[in-house]
Write a protein that binds this ligand. Structure first.
Ligand code: NA7
Length: 555
């Protein structure tokens, strides 16, 4: 890294001089794409700097992920209070969570409350999908075009587009032929959908599919689950929070947020410092029983330190969880279908469940492996696999997202000399801190590729504040242009790759390694995330700010 801690003087060399245009000639000082958790907070922070900000949001309401993903059973997998904004004491004091893992409707209410409290809506333009964002070298500004053709210009562009927001439909023949009701979980309608007595299919068994299946199975006449690769799912152990418990939780907020700042991925859970085979077999089993019985991601991010690094350790914990699946599923043929064989526990995102495995003991639920009998086509009345025809009233596609880069790819983003971001990243995914891209001046990403994901709102708050601090720094010095130096990008990208070495998750196909079989050109694994600790990530970013942003060309 090029961080030069202590150097506070602005760094003005080697950047091309911007045109003498002032932001007053532009429609806005900053345009933010997306009014999810990132975009809402970015608006709040940029307003504090006195900037004229416009947020463009494709939906009709705030919330991003928590606006679109209103499928049955959608809820947090992280403890609600640890997953909320932490920047406003007043907000922390006044909001009560009713469950340890908040259901989507409550989270959406919370985000609407935030929008109202801070009067965010007056700067958010809803039903406005950004189609293109082009950097104008001469004017040193971004021209942003919406799907209705409206174009406006701003000095800064913040892409707060989310790492999991571009839903993907499966590439199966006939997807448009089905005459019944068909839904993608990430584009779920606002109107209630009844499954009562209906013949329902769910395709996909990721974190979303699992939440959907366990809910739909309660009322569906018959539910058929089409599973490609099974995932390792563990119990969520959700429960209600009463007023007294909420009061106690609030008292502990300062320590809780401090704790999240210190853990590897900002979760409440923190890895056990011991390695798997440091302890006796008996102790190991007792520890796993304890984390299996604990709420949330403890068993994933609070497990033995070597669980995701050491193959034997990973095999041991996988065997433990496989044993639980065998105990919970009555039909052992079905249990074996539900046990992942080609990836170890925790190497893909671990879905959190509530009686998910028991669903397969219900007489109205059937599991079909589409590895054994592939879906050949969707038909007008259902679908056909290689050995059977199925009829359905409803098909639910829980087939995931074009993750991490997909939400950028679907916007025609062009930097200097008309260079396309999508094309650039198809060549090589390179960023600076996951926040900037060389050749894309004044464009900032919140939760872009190569950032630390983990407990996402914690990472968002940090990213947003870092971007606002940089813009504030530029304002104070009458600087109007920030671009990552190519060598800073190379250094950061190498650092990200270095940090990913040895991590078993990076040897597995999943959205976390940039794989999506439904999207052309996304069949090769990439290092898409920063897999070092969030503490490490922040240290780097803090150093850069403290050093006067020497890694950027400022002008
Ligand atoms: P995921 O985790 O990407 O899961 C998508 C699921 O859909 C997964 O089981 C896929 O099987 C399956 N899938 C995808 N395409 C097909 C086709 N063409 N045919 C059959 N099955 C298919 O997405 P989620 O929405 O569940 O979760 C995304 C993240 O959002 C989650 O991790 C949380 O962090 C929040 P595969 O595994 O590829 O064999």
């Amino acid at each position: 890294m090029h961080a030069k801690t202590g150097e506070k003087e602005p760094n003005l060399d080697s950047a091309p001089s911007p045109a003498p245009s002032s932001a007053t000639n532009l429609d806005y000082d900053a345009i933010v794409i997306g009014a999810g958790i990132s975009g809402m907070y970015q608006l709040y922070r940029l307003r504090e700097l006195g900037l004229r900000v416009r947020v463009f949001e494709a939906g009709t309401g705030v919330g991003g992920t928590w606006y679109w993903n209103r499928y049955p059973g959608a809820r947090f997998d992280s403890e609600s209070y640890s997953y909320a904004y932490s920047f406003s004491q007043e907000l922390l004091d006044e909001w009560d969570w009713t469950e340890h893992f908040s259901p989507q409707p409550e989270t959406e209410r919370y985000l609407n409350h935030v929008a109202d409290k801070f009067d965010l809506r007056r700067d958010i333009q809803f039903s406005s999908r950004v189609e293109a964002a082009h950097y104008d070298d001469e004017q040193n500004c971004w021209a942003v075009t919406l799907s209705d053709g409206e174009t406006c210009r701003s000095r800064f562009l913040v892409a707060a587009v989310g790492p999991l927001s571009a839903p993907t439909w499966p590439r199966i023949d006939g997807v448009d032929d089905f005459q019944g009701q068909a839904f993608h979980t990430g584009l779920w309608p606002k109107e209630p959908v009844s499954f009562e007595g209906k013949r329902v299919a769910v395709i996909g068994t990721g974190a979303t599919g699992v939440q959907t299946i366990q809910e739909v199975a309660k009322t569906a006449g018959h539910l058929t689950v089409f599973q490609r690769r099974p995932n390792w799912c563990t119990p969520l152990h959700n429960r209600k929070i009463d007023a007294a418990e909420m009061r106690e939780l609030k008292k502990g907020y300062p320590e809780m947020f401090q704790h999240c700042r210190e853990t590897f991925s900002c979760f409440l859970h923190t890895p056990d410092p011991r390695n798997t085979f440091d302890v006796s077999e008996e102790e190991r089993q007792a520890f796993w029983e304890k984390v299996y019985a604990s709420p949330g991601f403890g068993i994933w991010v609070g497990n033995f330190s070597d669980m995701l690094l050491d193959r034997a350790a990973n095999k041991a914990v996988s065997d433990f969880v496989a044993g639980k699946i065998r105990q919970r599923v009555t039909d052992q043929r079905v249990a074996e279908m539900l046990i992942p064989k080609e990836h170890g526990f925790g190497t893909r995102r671990v879905p959190q469940e509530t009686h998910y495995y028991e669903v397969y003991n219900q007489p109205n639920v059937e599991l079909i492996s589409i590895v054994d009998t592939p879906i050949e086509r969707i038909t007008a009345t259902g679908l056909e696999t290689s050995d059977r025809e199925f009829e359905f009233d409803i098909i639910i596609y829980a087939t995931g997202f074009d993750a991490i880069t997909g939400s950028f790819d679907r916007i025609d983003i062009r930097g200097m000399d008309g260079q396309s971001l999508k094309q650039k990243w198809r060549g090589a995914l390179e960023t600076f801190l996951g926040v900037q891209v060389a050749g894309f001046p004044n464009m900032f990403m919140v939760m872009g590729p190569h950032t630390a994901l983990g407990n996402i709102p914690r990472s968002i708050e940090y990213n947003v504040e870092w971007v606002a601090d940089l813009i504030g720094y530029m304002q104070d010095r009458n600087l109007t242009r920030a671009e990552a130096r190519p060598e800073s990008v190379a250094d950061w990208t190498n650092f990200v790759i270095e940090k990913s070495e040895g991590l078993l998750s990076n040897e597995i196909d999943s959205w976390m390694t940039g794989i999506n079989q439904n999207v052309e050109g996304k069949q090769t694994r990439i290092i898409a995330r920063f897999s070092g600790s969030a503490v490490d990530y922040r240290e780097h970013c803090d150093e850069i700010a403290a050093g006067g942003y020497q890694e950027l060309m400022l002008a």
